[in-house]
Design a protein around this ligand. Structure first.
Ligand SMILES: C[S@@+](CC[C@H](N)C(=O)[O-])C[C@H]1O[C@@H](n2cnc3c(N)ncnc32)[C@H](O)[C@@H]1O
Length: 300
């Protein structure tokens, strides 16, 4: 950073300008250079994210300047997404611990959780499964919004489950939220749930090859799912009905692979959900619909 920078505002401005000049990609918690720079500076100074704008005029010590510069350099030179530098990410209004063992939370499913999946849930769910939980963000946010539900977080990665367990503890939910190590449903035996919600790996080979370098810091097992991005989802559609209660629902994120999914199952009535805060590629199916279309899932 140039030596003439004095205040917090100087560093935020200079960071944002440099991030833009260097063509960094934003998509892991912020969507622009200013917010990204602000987040890193506030973290470095241990200031809250909603700090008053008067802090912009505060001068920085030599040590504080050096700390911010170190963070900026890792963001610019190593292209590490900001949440891996700060160790935290926000989802559905809650803070989660994150590190490179888990995907950085960003699913539009947050909006559905905040709306308690209305109007699609017939009754309040007593049992919820967050399949492919990663940091646990989806299941833990569900536990906050459904205080009477028991929530299971499952993942094939024991590394991810270790982070999810940290977050259960952080959110003081050990009495209602637990983890299960499982390859899809294999570790869940014959358990059934009122709500299964999942943001599984769904990136197709073409998108994976073109992803900005920031994404290469995330675990590949959390992103890739075969040539058309649907390896996981095909198997999920076949098995999910066996794990839902009678009036249960399945909510699945498939992102850009939604087109391939529609083509693969032209007769399945996927309900594509809409989002006020942006996002696409999330469908809902009821237990009944999964049962009705079972033959199509078997023959795919
Ligand atoms: C896209 S990440 C989602 C993480 C988290 N739910 C979120 O929204 O931030 C997908 C997760 O699926 C897990 N996963 C991949 N294959 C799996 C499988 N066969 N069974 C269970 N989990 C799997 C990965 O370890 C990763 O944590």
């Amino acid at each position: 950073m140039p030596e003439n920078l004095i205040t917090i505002g100087d560093f935020i401005r200079c960071g944002a300008e440099t991030f833009d000049e260097e063509g960094l990609f934003f998509g892991h918690g912020t969507d622009n250079a200013w917010d990204e720079s602000l987040a890193l500076v506030l973290f470095s100074l241990s200031l809250p994210w909603d700090s008053d704008s008067t802090i912009l005029e505060q001068p920085l010590s030599t040590e504080e300047k050096a700390d911010i510069t170190r963070l900026f350099n890792r963001r610019i030179k190593e292209l590490v997404p900001a949440p891996y530098l700060t160790g935290e990410a926000w989802f559905a209004g809650f803070k989660f611990n994150v590190d490179p063992r888990v995907l950085i939370p960003r699913s539009p499913i947050a909006e559905l959780i905040e709306a308690q999946f209305q109007p699609w849930l017939v009754k309040l769910p007593k049992s919820i499964l967050d399949l492919c939980t990663g940091s646990g963000c989806i299941g833990i946010a569900c536990a906050h919004y459904f205080p009477d539900a028991n929530v299971t977080l499952s993942d094939i990665s024991t590394d991810a489950l270790a982070v999810a367990e940290e977050n259960i503890f952080l959110h003081q939910l050990v009495n209602r939220v637990s983890t299960v190590h499982s390859d899809m449903f294999s570790g869940l035996e014959s358990r059934r749930f009122d709500l299964i919600v999942t943001n599984p790996p769904y990136v197709d080979a073409e998108d994976l090859a073109e992803m900005p370098r920031e994404y290469h810091h995330e675990p590949e097992i959390g992103l890739a799912s075969g040539t058309d991005g649907l390896d996981f989802t095909r198997q999920l559609l076949l098995e999910a009905g066996e794990h839902l209660n009678e009036q249960g629902i399945l909510v699945v994120e498939v992102g850009n692979s939604s087109t391939a999914l529609e083509e693969a199952f032209p007769h399945v009535p996927f309900m594509w959900l809409e989002f006020e805060r942006g996002g696409h590629g999330i469908f809902l199916l009821t237990a009944e619909q999964l049962f009705e279309h079972r033959e199509e899932f078997i023959s795919s």
